[in-house]
Design a protein around this ligand. Structure first.
Ligand code: NG6
Ligand code: CA
Length: 513
């Protein structure tokens, strides 16, 4: 062997290891809850209303998407689609999960976690789950093993708020058990009042530290009444004020333990979902009351994640994705001052609608990718969606995707990484909570809305939740009319028909990848 041979072997090894290194970055997906397009500084929130320096820094050092979407305008369907890569409307039972709902994703349905594990990733979900726990027909066994759960569907570790912070019970789940549960004080969860004297938001309204406005008037915990009833499990109950700190604490522990392998962390913040309860140190940090204060709290979490990555020397080899699970909402059931203190803040930015709606505000949300040294700072107008993370990340990690899995998740990794000339989605179906048969269809500059019912919810986030009447088919040119105000369905019926037929064809095809 001569020098040339040695050089070629050396180069091959170097290239090989560089390839391996580059193709398996750590990935942290930070998913905000109910955060709208206009809720952060880098998307137009004014500093006098609230400051989000950490999220803004991600955008400044990374890629900020102007057409980044979540796939649904409520939580459960977006999360289902993010994990499975399937449009949620294809699957019954993917709407907002109730407290005692079983695991919506059962073992056997392939998830992003399953496939990343095949690439050698360690995987974890920390934060809000809201995808059900336990067997079909049984639901969660709160005092026993909560199986199946994340562990059975692709996550090595989980530390959860099992449902939502406004749904019972207010306990943490670590792996498949309620944390700190005392067997002498079993946890009971149900949807009927357990006894006549059980205090609720209705009977003990004067004792509440935050009053409800609609729903949310059942069992009281931490001075706040919730959706659903529960008793027991007192030692296991958390304080709403401490959730954000807990997500960061557990993430830091897990990252330190798993940093030798490539890792995938789904950091599922409960902020800014109701009840919006900032930690005491974040109170009054915005001009928007608690709704703004919990954005500042979430922004702090983002800063902590970056701090941890830097301290562990992982920042150059970690892709951070910041996104939201659905658009914004003002009053979502508690009198927390969100509407009263909104001022000139526009939670959905220039877009119409918000949470629960198929207008742009329902799903077009903050979307940032950050990977220092790899992603060139900039802004991208390409269309991407949280549903695409699965195929993009898994393909990037070199794992083949089974034919019948991740059926609506597209490989837009080059777009996420800001590669020159890379193209995002040609089209995207947006849905609401499902069940109502409402669809949004974005294709290029066009946006078609198909409402199965003659009403749409929450057209204006800055006002009380309402239903407003809508036409069955509406068409908008987002290039000229980003606020979806001028319906072109009548003046351009051909385009409306064409898009409606294409939307239907994608639904009928049963898959889009
Ligand atoms: C609704 C709740 C709302 C919120 C939502 C789920 C009422 C009146 N409204 O049913 O407060 O919990 O469900 O939000 O109960 S999500 O972001 O998790 O999808
Ligand atoms: Ca949500």
């Amino acid at each position: 062997m001569n020098l040339k041979h040695y050089l070629s072997i050396f180069c091959t090894v170097l290239l090989g290891s560089t390839y391996l290194f580059a193709s398996k970055p750590n990935v942290i997906v930070i998913m905000a809850d109910d955060m709208g397009y206009g809720d952060v500084g880098c998307y137009g929130a004014k500093p006098k209303n609230l400051k989000t320096p950490n999220i803004d820094r991600l955008a400044k050092e990374g890629l900020r998407f102007t057409s980044g979407y979540c796939s649904a305008s409520t939580c459960t369907p977006t999360r289902y689609s993010f994990l499975t890569g399937n449009y949620a409307f294809r699957r019954k039972g993917t709407g907002i999960a109730p407290p005692n709902g079983p695991s919506i994703i059962q073992p056997g349905e392939t998830t992003i976690g399953d496939l990343l594990k095949k690439a050698g990733y360690k995987t974890a979900v920390i934060g809000k789950w809201h995808l059900g726990l336990g067997e079909i027909g049984k639901g969660p066994d709160w005092n026993g093993q909560l199986k199946p759960g994340p562990k059975e569907i692709g996550f090595d570790y989980n530390f959860l708020l099992p449902t939502t912070n406004d749904r019972v019970p207010q306990v943490y789940v670590e792996n498949d058990r309620v944390l700190n549960l005392d067997s002498n004080d079993p946890l009971w969860v149900g949807n009927k009042k357990p006894s006549a004297e059980h205090p609720t938001g209705k009977t003990h309204r004067e004792t509440l530290k935050m009053d409800w406005s609609h729903g949310h008037n059942s069992t009281i915990h931490n001075g706040i009444s919730r959706i659903g009833f529960y008793t027991g499990g007192h030692a296991a109950r958390f304080r709403d004020e401490d959730l954000a700190d807990k997500w960061v604490e557990k993430s830091e522990e897990w990252i330190k333990k798993n940093k030798k392998d490539p890792f995938f962390l789904f950091f599922a913040s409960h902020d800014l979902h109701v009840p919006r309860i900032p930690h005491e140190r974040f109170r009054g940090t915005s001009a928007l009351s608690y709704r703004g204060d919990v954005i500042v709290q979430l922004d702090w979490c983002v800063g902590e994640i970056v701090r941890i990555l830097k301290e562990q020397g992982l920042d150059k080899n970690t892709l951070v994705v910041f996104c939201s699970d659905n658009g914004p909402v003002g009053d979502d059931g508690y009198q927390d001052g969100a509407l009263e203190y909104m001022g000139d803040h526009k939670p959905a930015g220039p877009y119409k609608g918000g949470k629960y709606s198929i207008f742009e505000g329902g799903t077009r949300t903050p979307f940032i990718t950050w990977w220092p040294g790899k992603i060139k700072p900039g802004v991208s107008d390409e269309v991407v969606c949280t549903i695409d993370l699965a195929t993009s990340l898994v393909t990037h990690a070199g794992v083949p995707i089974p034919q019948d899995s991740l059926i609506d998740s597209l490989n837009v990794m080059d777009v996420f990484l800001g590669q020159k000339g890379a193209k995002g989605r040609e089209h995207l179906i947006q849905q609401d909570n499902g069940g109502r048969g409402n669809f949004g269809f974005r294709k290029g500059k066009w946006k078609l809305l198909r409402h199965a019912k003659k009403s749409a919810r929450n057209i204006k986030v800055e006002e009380k939740l309402a239903t407003t009447s809508v036409d069955a088919i509406t068409l908008f040119n987002l290039e000229k009319d980003q606020g979806e105000t001028k319906n072109l369905a009548k003046s351009n019926p051909q385009m409306a028909e064409e898009l409606n037929a294409e939307l239907q064809a994608i639904i009928d095809a049963g898959r889009s990848r």
